[in-house]
Write a protein that binds this ligand. Structure first.
Ligand SMILES: [Zn+2]
Ligand SMILES: [Zn+2]
Length: 331
């Protein structure tokens, strides 16, 4: 099979690898779409501590089951599945207390030790494969992974009906969060992105107010739920300042691991702010499928470019330039 292989930090190439086979409890899937996200750039830069090279990247994917290992009976050959890429040890304390996304031995297909889906074939644990409902267009299958991260984010946010929501960032994640907030009974949704070209899509996704600078909004009392989907320190600091009394601030975007942000501890105390994080997927993959099956997420708003396997370099270049939104590799 052909596969994109990141051989070491900074180097990748299109290679021919032996076709993988399904061991007990496993499936072989032929990916039909694999999303590119910031994590892929971090793997290439050598910034993910648990990546073991060489690795085939690709953790946001769906595809057709082509081989079923012994003991897998919930899907069969020919089924179209979306795959939850996170791998948990099941033994550490977070795993034993139901917080598997915080596993001390966290691993992920296409990120850590197991080859991912920028390839013609990928092996996955059978229980991580979920049949894609007919109601979901196949091209949207690779969006289930990012949507399930946003669903977990909303679990953490614990927003109430009628809450006023402010979202920083109108990239793929910001637009998914906007759509969920719209269906979650937000009182209003404001979306800010310094790239004004992204704002019309935020309106299509359900934002009531959009701006390229948060000062353009007229809401001096602040917002009840503030979500950073950028990971930029300036946005995070601003988000905490604009939170209403009693508000929750969700840090959803991935900041650089050594970044530092400034905020007023007095204000956190005095306004009873909750500042929380949200990491990957927790029991939210199947629920993301249900939301998408009901068309609560419009994948057409999110997917902008498609690339063949041998165009991986161009896909990364397009991602780096910030052109478009979700880029999809079609192996
Ligand atoms: Zn990702
Ligand atoms: Zn664990």
């Amino acid at each position: 099979m052909r596969a994109v292989v990141i051989t070491q930090p900074g180097r990748f190439s299109l290679e021919t690898l032996p076709d993988p086979t399904a061991g007990p409890g496993e499936l072989v899937v032929a990916p039909d779409g694999c999303g590119i996200c910031g994590t892929d750039l971090h793997i290439l830069a050598g910034e993910v501590p648990f990546t073991s090279y060489p690795i085939v990247p690709g953790h946001e994917f769906s595809g057709t089951v082509v081989e079923v290992g012994e003991g897998v009976d919930h899907v069969g050959a020919g089924d179209v599945v979306a795959v939850e890429p996170s791998l948990f040890c099941g033994r550490c304390r977070p795993c034993r207390t139901g917080r598997e996304n915080l596993c001390e031995n966290f691993d992920s297909i296409g990120v850590g030790r197991q080859n991912g889906a920028c390839a013609e074939l990928v092996v996955v644990p059978g229980h991580k494969a979920f049949r894609l409902p007919e109601a979901i267009p196949r091209a949207w299958g690779s969006l289930v992974e990012p949507v399930s991260c946003a669903v977990h984010g909303f679990d953490m946010l614990e927003a109430r009906l009628g809450d006023h929501v402010l979202i920083y960032g109108a990239g793929t994640m910001g637009l998914i969060l906007t759509q969920i907030a719209a269906h979650h009974g937000a009182g209003s949704i404001s979306v800010v992105d310094t790239n004004a070209a992204r704002l019309p899509r935020a309106e299509q996704a359900g934002a009531d107010f959009v701006a390229s600078r948060p000062d353009e909004f007229d809401r001096p009392e602040g917002w009840d739920a503030v979500i950073d989907a950028t990971g930029a320190v300036a946005a995070i600091e601003d988000a905490i300042r604009r939170a209403a009394r009693g508000a929750t601030v969700l840090l959803f975007g991935v900041a650089p691991h050594d970044a530092q942000a400034r905020f007023s501890p007095f204000r956190v105390y005095n306004a009873e702010l909750r500042i929380i994080g949200s990491m990957a997927i927790r029991h939210s993959f199947e629920r993301a499928l249900h939301l998408m099956g009901r068309r609560m997420i419009n994948g057409d708003l999110l997917q902008t470019h498609r690339f063949a396997l041998d165009e991986y370099a161009g896909a990364l270049e397009t991602f780096r330039r910030g052109d478009g939104l979700k880029l999809t590799v079609v192996p």
